[in-house]
Design a binder for this molecule. Structure first.
Ligand code: GCW
Length: 683
């Protein structure tokens, strides 16, 4: 059977295990789901569609609990639900969480999906359907689940003309031309997909977009989208172009301390809330890569952010102010700028401002150390920004499952308050008692039929939501549940795909940027290798600036002998990275300029190790190809062929990366590639 991938992980195929199928049928075909709020109706629709698909059988909705096996709602939606003994569990579910329990009522077994709020019910329904889609036993359920971060966001880099900056899955899914009156079914399916993984906020516009979105005509369109998303618990956010008061307000300045400017924003924000009463707030890129910002008026990021914060506060909106800053005047080491600008402002932001920090100090590389801002601003809420769209990771043609990348950062220890001060604890608020907590992913979504171009791109979208909800989930758990829902539950299929996914990120690091190399991709577009490139308009856009290969060795010295970027980390972190002998080898060239002859842990010298890694990367892609080929009978034809073709491209390009990088670096090392690595290529 062909499958175009449109349904993502919400496929609800008939359960193909007959024992389970009859268990499920016996357990849940009569449902009590009272209430008429939009979120409860969405929950009902989803449950009906899901159960009927999974069970291949009509589901009957009862109007009293007495006749039902599956009971769904809140204490407020039904006094019968209020009477169930769930208050203990519900007290732990908060205002977005849920409980799913097997219990008995009048000697009859029932399953209750309950929450304190309607949106919690919807999340519970999605979780329950996930249990069935992944073929879990539902006989003894005792789930209590509440999200660990409060703001769980997808950031679109979508322009109003429907181009998507760094988008590789077609054009923007927002059709501004036909909005507000035409509601594409895709908006609803998008909201369902997000709600199913707990995403509760969407920034619909690009951080580089102009101010047009803030005009009356566009706000009506945004309001129409907000209406679609509301039942699914999703709030809309916009990017706030800093110079909007000049561009659409006809003011002469955008100085954040100017009274007229402040009034303009206040009016604009009030206008937004008349259109969208639950508007979420703004995401702002200021004084970065040529974007306007408060520094244009000799004001600080805090002056700028607080201006928005003040106007948003009465409406409960928030500001997400990005820490991805680097100015047009090239600094000595671009990586140092964010910390230098933001650390001194710790404690100076209003309490509805979060600083949104990219996971690493540079820019979404296959591997980066964690950003030193995590752990450095205890008085300021920090959100993390990941990039789902694979700008530096082979666009939507390379298969890379990013959960291991995301987890690596979450698990990194900042030592802010001694050992165990992980980035995850900074983010979930537990380390510094922050109330504003959040995680965002730059969307990899476009109007391609399957949303993300590469069928496996869907897994990264999925991962972001799941980790924002619960950062303790392991990469393997996430891969496992995604594969089961997306491709099916047969054991060889699940085992094999999970294995492919879990190895894919390290494979990519090896064939692109092993041992801490970074930013050696093609200039501007960032696709393919170009370590030799040195013609960019600014030094720190040149790959040669980042790898610094010469006749002695390779790598960027960021110790005290070099740029001293390492001084931005806590002493324990710094110490570990600073010593070439304790620095984990995966970060070696990120922090050190290392002699080609340096002996690595493997006993190989650096040059040989580099060769070894590049070869290993290509080999791993070939292993993935073999693994995928073994699944031909277990995957539908269309997606099987898509992935097969994409893997062939990836293999070819892994070879391209390996050969061109090694050939180029060899002009410095002047050493041969160890002959034992040279195997005949497949292509
Ligand atoms: O990764 C870089 C991209 C830019 C992007 C910028 C940012 C939206 O190359 O395209 O602009 O980061 O994050 O602001």
């Amino acid at each position: 059977k062909a499958d175009d991938g449109y349904r993502l992980w919400l496929r609800y195929e008939l359960v193909n295990n007959s024992t389970l199928l009859s268990n499920y049928r016996n357990a849940v075909t009569s449902v009590y789901l009272p209430g008429t709020s939009p979120s409860l109706l969405a929950a009902k629709d989803e449950l009906q569609m899901g159960l009927e698909g999974l069970l291949g059988k009509k589901v009957s909705f009862q109007n009293t609990l007495a006749n039902a096996q599956l009971v769904v709602g809140t204490p407020a939606s039904s006094s019968q639900i209020a009477a169930l003994p769930l208050s203990n569990q519900l007290s732990k579910a908060g205002d977005e969480g849920f409980v799913i329990v097997s219990t008995t009522r009048s000697q009859k077994k029932i399953i209750a999906i309950a929450a304190n709020t309607d949106i919690g019910v919807l999340y519970g329904v999605f979780h329950f359907l996930r249990l069935m889609q992944t073929q879990q036993n539902i006989q003894h359920l005792a789930v209590t689940s509440a999200p660990k971060t409060k703001y769980r966001l997808i950031d679109h880099w979508d322009n109003l003309n429907r181009t998507v900056e760094r988008g590789y899955a077609g054009f923007s899914i927002w059709n501004w031309h036909t909005l507000p009156r035409y509601i594409d079914q895709r908006y609803i399916d998008y909201a369902r997909a997000n709600a199913s993984i707990g995403i509760n906020g969407v920034v619909v516009t690009n951080v580089n977009a102009n101010a047009l979105i803030l005009t009356k005509e566009y706000l009506e369109k945004v309001a129409a989208l907000a209406n679609v998303f509301r039942p699914y618990g999703i709030k809309i956010y916009l990017t706030g172009r800093f110079s909007a008061p000049i561009e659409i307000g006809k003011l002469k300045t955008a100085d954040p301390l100017n009274a007229e400017v402040r009034q303009w924003w206040k009016n604009k924000i009030d206008e937004i809330y008349t259109n969208i009463p639950d508007f979420g707030g703004f995401l702002i890129k200021a004084n970065s890569e040529g974007q306007p910002g408060p520094q244009d008026y000799k004001r600080t990021h805090a002056d700028g952010a607080n201006m928005f914060a003040e106007a948003l506060a009465p409406h409960k909106g928030i500001v997400m102010w990005r820490a991805f800053v680097y100015s047009n005047e090239s600094p000595e080491d671009r990586l140092k700028q964010a910390y230098a600008e933001f650390k001194p402002l710790d404690g100076k932001f209003n309490n509805n401002v979060a600083i949104q920090v990219k996971n690493g100090p540079l820019d979404f590389q296959p591997r980066e150390p964690f950003s030193p801002l995590f752990g450095a601003m205890p008085k300021t809420p920090l959100f993390i920004e990941y990039q789902l769209t694979q700008e530096y990771l082979g666009f939507s043609t390379h298969l890379v499952f990013m959960a291991p990348l995301f987890k690596e950062v979450l698990n990194a220890d900042t030592y802010e308050k001694g050992k165990g001060s992980t980035v995850a604890k900074v983010l979930d608020g537990s380390l510094d008692g922050q109330a504003l907590t959040g995680m965002a992913g730059v969307a990899n979504i476009g109007n391609d039929i399957n949303w993300t171009g590469h069928p496996f791109g869907q897994a990264n979208w999925y991962t972001l939501g799941r980790l924002a909800w619960d950062h303790q989930l392991s990469s393997a758990q996430i891969a496992n549940e995604w594969v089961r829902q997306t491709f099916g539950n047969s054991k060889p299929l699940v085992d094999t795909v999970e294995k492919m996914m879990l190895s894919s990120r390290e494979a990519m690091v090896n064939y692109m940027t092993p041992l801490g190399l970074h930013h050696i991709m093609g200039y501007g577009h960032h696709y393919g290798p170009a370590p030799w490139f040195d013609k960019a308009s600014r030094a720190d856009w040149n790959p040669v600036y980042f790898h610094k290969a010469d006749s002695i060795g390779i790598g960027f010295d960021r110790t005290a002998n070099g740029t001293n970027y390492l001084s931005q980390y806590a002493p324990e972190v710094r110490k570990q990275f600073e010593d070439i002998n304790t620095c984990p080898e995966e970060y070696l060239l990120w922090f050190h300029h290392v002699s080609w002859k340096h002996t690595m842990k493997s006993g190989r010298n650096l040059w040989e190790e580099l060769c070894y890694r590049y070869y290993a990367g290509v080999d791993s892609v070939r292993v993935m190809q073999k693994e995928w080929n073994s699944l031909e009978k277990l995957v539908d034809k269309q997606r099987f062929n898509q992935v097969k073709m994409l893997l062939a491209v990836q293999e070819k390009e892994a070879v391209w990366w390996r050969n061109s990088c090694l050939l180029y670096f060899q002009t410095f090392s002047k050493m041969p590639i160890p002959p034992s690595y040279e195997k005949p290529d497949q292509t």
